[in-house]
Design a protein around this ligand. Structure first.
Ligand code: SF4
Ligand code: SF4
Length: 85
């Protein structure tokens, strides 16, 4: 029998499955022009951006690299780059 792709299946398992493995692009938080608006925290569909005092980061165990945070950042303080695996 082949192994399942996900470690855990069923409802409520998103914290256990590290969905960041699906990512091809990664957000780079530059910490240069950030105005602490927290839009990146709010818009991330995976709720994986955290931080304070203009220093924010994505938890790459769960970030899928969708780029929404970079697109919505009003200060252009987040770049997306192709991830090297
Ligand atoms: S959206 Fe941009 S400016 Fe706003 S907190 Fe995030 S990194 Fe900073
Ligand atoms: S790239 Fe997408 S999943 Fe990753 S931190 Fe930004 S909004 Fe969240």
């Amino acid at each position: 029998m082949s192994k399942p792709i996900l470690t855990y299946t069923g409802p409520g398992t998103s914290k256990a499955n590290k969905t960041g493995a699906w990512r091809t692009n990664v957000p780079i938080f530059k910490h240069v022009t950030c105005n602490d608006c927290r839009i990146c925290v709010v818009v991330c569909p995976d709720a994986c951006v955290t931080g304070e005092d203009s220093v924010y980061e994505a938890n790459l165990d769960f970030c899928k690299g969708c780029g929404i945070c970079a697109y919505e950042c009003p200060k252009d303080d987040i770049d997306m780059k192709l991830e090297e695996k």
